[in-house]
Write a protein that binds this ligand. Structure first.
Ligand SMILES: [Zn+2]
Length: 102
């Protein structure tokens, strides 16, 4: 028997007999990085490079080494499922975190 625990609260879903809910998240770039168009050739590349460098500094990551596609899978209990669907991106938590830094 496969053993499942809630990935948010750690509840043992086998022992509790609770329903298990699966969250699948697929993160991918909404463009083909290998596709070059006429517009790309006409663009001011120094300006774009500058923008990329500024963006990298702001988020602290080098986008060029991020995988093109990344998938996540989580098991949730009923209670954590309800919390997740209300705020899938945890915006409330991020707001609280930003607020506490002020
Ligand atoms: Zn849970």
């Amino acid at each position: 028997m496969v053993h499942f625990t809630c990935d948010l609260c750690g509840k043992d879903l086998n022992a509790s007999g609770d329903s298990r809910y699966v969250v699948k998240i697929d993160v991918f770039a909404d463009f083909d990085p290998n596709q070059i168009t006429e517009d790309d050739l006409d663009d001011d590349h120094m300006e774009q490079i500058s923008e990329i460098l500024q963006h990298d500094e702001s988020c602290g990551r080098d986008e060029t080494i991020e995988p093109a596609r990344q998938g996540f899978r989580f098991d949730l209990c009923l209670c954590c499922r309800a919390k997740f669907v209300k705020d899938p991106l945890a915006r409330e938590g991020i707001k609280l975190f930003d607020f506490s830094n002020n």
